[in-house]
Design a binder for this molecule. Structure first.
Ligand SMILES: N=c1c2ncn([C@@H]3O[C@H](COP(=O)(O)OP(=O)(O)OP(=O)(O)O)[C@@H](O)[C@H]3O)c2ncn1[C@@H]1O[C@H](COP(=O)(O)O)[C@@H](O)[C@H]1O
Length: 112
């Protein structure tokens, strides 16, 4: 199993590693393995459902619920990335590349 992490040091890298490890387990003993076995469509649908639940919590101003739903969103995103063969590192690289420009400047460059 994945073991216990302290909340102060737990990172998305840790979560991605846990997902990759648990995806290899039996679907009878792992929710992650079950989602991966069911295919990318099911994992992506769960990700979408959790995102909508996070939106509802955010709009309601329910911080505690938003924390729980955001955790569900990040976990299911890690499963979708794993099932799609996309390393988290590729997403972080894309985010790092975007730090060179503000979001508004990027938006303006597309509207010329
Ligand atoms: N972070 C999570 C995590 N967050 C949410 N979930 C599961 O995601 C599901 C959320 O779906 P819902 O709320 O819709 O509940 P549900 O109706 O039971 O879901 P479905 O039957 O529709 O799939 C629940 O079953 C949660 O337990 C998670 N399952 C696993 N992890 C991590 O993955 C690790 C390995 O888990 P296993 O793969 O199960 O060993 C865990 O130790 C955690 O670190």
């Amino acid at each position: 199993m994945s073991g216990t992490f302290s909340s102060g040091t737990f990172s998305l890298d840790d979560l991605a590693r846990i997902v990759a490890e648990r995806a290899k387990a039996s679907p009878d003993e792992s929710y992650t393995a079950r989602l991966v076995a069911d295919g990318q469509g099911r994992a992506a649908k769960k990700f979408g459902e959790e995102a909508v639940e996070a939106v509802i919590a955010a709009v309601a101003g329910d911080k505690k619920q938003l924390v729980a739903e955001a955790a569900d969103v990040l976990y299911h995103l890690m499963v979708v990335l794993h099932a799609g063969g996309v390393p988290l590192q590729d997403v972080m690289q894309e985010l790092a590349r975007r730090t060179a420009q503000s979001g508004l400047a990027e938006k303006a460059s597309r509207q010329k």
